[in-house]
Design a protein around this ligand. Structure first.
Ligand SMILES: [Zn+2]
Length: 89
C-alpha cells in the first residue's frame, strides 16, 4: 500500500482536472503527459500523483475564475504550449 497522500482536493484545479479527466492531455497540441511510475488507475491517490506531477512539470491548468470561482477543468496545456500561448509568466 502506498504511503502517498490520497486526500484529493477538487477545489485545486490540477486535482480537479485529474479527477474528472484522469489524464493531462494538451488542448493545443494533443500531447498527453505520461503518468508517474505505478499510476495506472483513477483512484484518489493516483489523481493526486498525476496532479502533483503535472504541476511539477509546469503543465498549465486554468485557475478558478469569476465571482463564482468556476473552474475550466476540461482545459490544460503542456508546458511548451502554455509558454507559447503566454500562460506562464
Ligand atoms: Zn501542447
Amino acid at each position: 500500500m502506498s504511503s502517498y497522500r490520497d486526500n484529493l482536493d477538487v477545489s485545486d484545479p490540477y486535482e480537479a482536472h485529474a479527477f474528472f479527466l484522469c489524464e493531462f492531455s494538451c488542448d493545443n497540441c494533443g500531447e498527453t503527459m505520461p503518468p508517474p511510475d505505478g499510476v495506472t488507475g483513477c483512484d484518489d491517490a493516483s489523481c493526486c500523483r498525476l496532479a502533483d506531477q503535472a504541476r511539477a512539470l509546469r503543465w498549465y491548468v486554468p485557475a478558478p475564475f469569476g465571482p463564482e470561482r468556476r473552474s475550466d477543468i476540461q482545459t490544460c496545456y503542456c508546458p511548451e504550449c502554455a509558454a507559447k500561448l503566454g500562460f506562464l509568466g
